[in-house]
Design a protein. Structure first.
Length: 165
């Protein structure tokens, strides 16, 4: 099923990042755990909970030439162009199929009888009780589009990581 870009933009904007990892992003390859909750499509008073881990690469510096020149050096304007464009690669498991129960070491999708806000509360309480500080918690407005909500989560993490100041 294809979605209208404006609808996907609204999903991105309506996604609520309720908890970000306290430990931040580290230099090498690592996993970024998350718990994402949204209403079941056919039963909005029940939840779908997705627990997964996003694989994060080390920082990549992209330069315009293979000899190490950076965009900042090329344009010589630090107010418009940073000294180097820095990026990360993120990957996560995804299933476009509905009515699927998927479990692996890095992705678990399960349905619960709790309302989404109650499920979020349970997840936050569980993380606090176990003193887990490296897991994000996300409330998705449309569970069918959970990769868009994960993109919002990643975007907020990157905004903090690459913020100058």
């Amino acid at each position: 099923m294809r979605y209208d870009p404006e609808y996907l933009r609204s999903i991105f904007e309506q996604t609520q990042i309720l908890r970000k990892p306290i430990t931040g992003i580290v230099a090498g390859y690592h996993l970024l755990p998350y718990i994402l909750v949204g209403a079941q499509e056919d039963r909005p008073h029940r939840s779908v909970e997705i627990r997964g881990k996003i694989r994060v690469s080390p920082r990549l510096v992209i330069s315009p030439r293979g000899v190490g020149q950076t965009y900042g050096e090329l344009f010589d304007d630090p107010e418009i162009m940073d000294r180097a464009l820095v990026a990360r690669l993120f990957s996560f498991a995804f299933t476009p199929r509905r009515n699927v129960i998927l479990e692996s070491e890095e992705l678990t999708i399960s349905k619960t009888d709790r309302e989404p806000r109650a499920e979020i509360g349970r997840a936050l309480d569980d993380l606090a009780r176990r003193e887990v500080i490296n897991t994000g918690v996300i409330l998705a407005p449309d569970i069918r589009c959970y990769p868009v909500s994960l993109d919002r989560f990643i975007t907020e993490i990157l905004d903090e990581e690459f913020r100058v100041g």
